[in-house]
Design a binder for this molecule. Sequence first.
Ligand code: NDP
Ligand code: 2IT
Length: 445
Amino acid sequence: MDARLEAIRDTVLARNPGEAEFHQAVVEVFESLGPVHDRHPELLEAAILERLCEPERQIIFRVPWTDDAGRVQINRGFRVEFNSALGPYKGGLRFHPSVYLGIVKFLGFEQIFKNALTGMPIGGGKGGSDFDPRGRSDAEVMRFCQSFMTELYRHIGEYTDVPAGDIGVGGREIGYLFGQYKRITNRYESGVLTGKGISWGGSLVRPEATGFGTVIFTQEMLNSRGTSFDGQRVVVSGSGNVAINAIAKAQSLGATVVACSDSSGYVVDEAGIDVGLLREVKEVERGRLKDYAERRAGVSYVNVGSVWNVDATVALPCATQNELDGGAAARLVRNGLLAVGEGANMPSTRDAVAVFQDAGVLFGPGKAANAGGVATSALEMQQNASRDSWSFEHTEERLTEIMVGIHDRCAATADEYGEPGNYVLGANIGGFVKVADAMLAQGLI
Ligand code: NDP
Ligand code: 2IT
């Protein structure tokens, strides 16, 4: 890493102790930014990096609620409003027991660059809670969401901060959150949240957008090597919103998705995942992958080891951070891997990224490859602002244009900086330059 940036990195790490995921995200970005600072020393002068690494505002709050047995439960809520140079803070809410400030900050930091890459007018933020929705009734989830919004409402708004979903937060949770926001504020402010239901201000394609977008980005990478998804053998991790829609899109382009996972195990389905059955089990019944395996002939369910033990030509990690390590990456590479598209945020460890890049595997980092979700959230905001709603076809066309644009911007930036095919460098520099320009223009903010 560039020595000037090393000193700034050390200060950032020391100022944010114990936040391993935030450190990892910051270091990865800094490793790409030396050449930009050679060309633009004014960025150092203006301390853009120091400012970028310090969130504009961090909110941590108590979320008290009662469970179905009448017992009082206490969780911790977070919203990190990281950077508003390009637009209102924008980014999801994650409900998972592993959530703490370091996770929210890593996600919020990544979101700044991702949102810049979309070309839409959105800043970066992220939030969530250590609440575990698993095994909770609808009524418990509703009471939790109402309590969470009872504090969050004062910090958000169409022109301020616009949350959406992430792990553990989907249409059901966004509904409860929106209902409580409306009740407290007495405003039908559709643009305050995205991922809403279609009859109350939501956008078609938003549920599919992250998974679809990841596959579109990966298809563009494959095209750059004269190939495509057609005939590829694909492994997807996770079986939530992003994973299911990535599976559907990859198979619609002629690939066979032979495996997917949840946090308890994985299924191997050599005939190709039955997306209809998977949606039924996961989205309708809120069941487990084990139930999928029990209901389909020829499927094996494995509850030891990792889904990355299954060979693939294309890997789409769509579960969570640091789920694919250097050992798994090396095994996949030995067995003929061509491309990786990150549907999740930072699913590959730094070792794994190095293995992929050294082997010449096409590697699309999450902040570029999974930007279709937030980009379609921005399309939802556009529809809300104009009180309009677009057809599925029109919205999907916009999503495709945006993903192809992100791919091309990353590729062109990598070329410009002398590292053709390095999408990590392209995404980091491409996103950074846009935000840095806006920050410079807006004075010392
Ligand atoms: P969901 O809650 O719908 O699904 C998450 C999936 O990942 C589940 O299958 C879950 O398994 C698995 N998973 C979660 N945590 C772990 C863990 N610690 N170990 C193993 N498996 C785990 O979330 P999404 O599909 O929305 O999100 C998946 C990823 O995509 C996240 O990294 C998220 O940040 C990212 N993302 C999401 C976007 C969106 O629009 N939703 C946009 C861009 C990125 P289990 O049910 O067993 O917990
Ligand atoms: O990580 C992400 O980009 C998301 N969870 C989606 C954020 C959004 O505002 O749609």
